[in-house]
Design a protein around this ligand. Structure first.
Ligand SMILES: Nc1nc2c(ncn2[C@@H]2O[C@H](COP(=O)(O)OP(=O)(O)OP(=O)(O)O)[C@@H](O)[C@H]2O)c(=O)[nH]1
Ligand SMILES: [Mg+2]
Length: 186
């Protein structure tokens, strides 16, 4: 594995990027949340404006750095900065959004160059909403892009769901790393 050991969580506003990093991190996470002033406000009070940061100590003694991007597109210049030196990407989509498949296309396009030759996984949150697309429809969108990424239904409020998602990503990077017990620092 690269010495940089950095993974990035990206995806739409309110998908749960900050929540996921907060659950996983062994240190108190650094967040940059501000009161939302635009259309995000109807969804939630606080939104990430720069980045989230947390870290996990792996069984091999190395540190895995976790970065979260803002979801808002007006901060997409930060996406390009944060992806520098990254080894794996977690894409979080909010199933309760009006068109989550279109959201996925947008993020796949934005991170197309990175995903072409790095590891990535997709987590679909807020899936309690019975209507809308099925998990298979997310796979279909990935196929449009010639990709075959793992797609998981996750609720980032549930630490175990986040652990499974990140372990899948670690497994594609290095199967030995996936043995790290991400749940041990409760
Ligand atoms: N009902 C439901 N709520 C969820 C789920 N996943 C996360 N949440 C909640 O949705 C909100 C997500 O908020 P954040 O973690 O701030 O989302 P974010 O992706 O960092 O959002 P931005 O920084 O604004 O882009 C939190 O209130 C979570 O508790 C889910 O699967 N179902
Ligand atoms: Mg956030």
């Amino acid at each position: 594995m690269s010495t940089q050991n950095k993974i990035v969580f990206t995806g739409v506003v309110g998908a749960g990027k900050t929540t996921a990093i907060t659950h996983l991190s062994n240190i108190a996470p650094i967040t940059t949340e501000q009161i939302a002033t635009d259309e995000t406000r109807s969804k939630k009070k606080y939104t990430t404006v720069a980045m989230d940061y947390g870290s996990i100590r792996l069984d091999n003694g190395e540190v895995l750095h976790l970065y979260g991007t803002p979801g808002q597109q007006r901060f997409n210049f930060v996406w390009d900065v944060l992806i520098e030196g990254c080894i794996g990407l977690v894409l979080l989509m909010d199933h309760s959004n009006p068109d989550p498949l279109q959201d996925l296309r947008l993020f796949l396009r934005s991170f197309e160059k990175f995903i072409a030759d790095h590891a990535a996984v997709v987590g679909v949150t807020h899936m309690t909403y019975a209507s809308g697309p099925k998990l298979d429809d997310y796979h279909q969108v990935l196929k449009e892009f010639g990709l075959n990424l793992a797609v998981f239904e996750v609720d980032t409020r549930n630490k175990n769901d986040v652990v499974i998602l990140v372990q899948a990503l670690l497994y594609t990077l290095d199967p030995g790393l996936a043995d790290t017990e991400l749940n041990k620092h409760e």
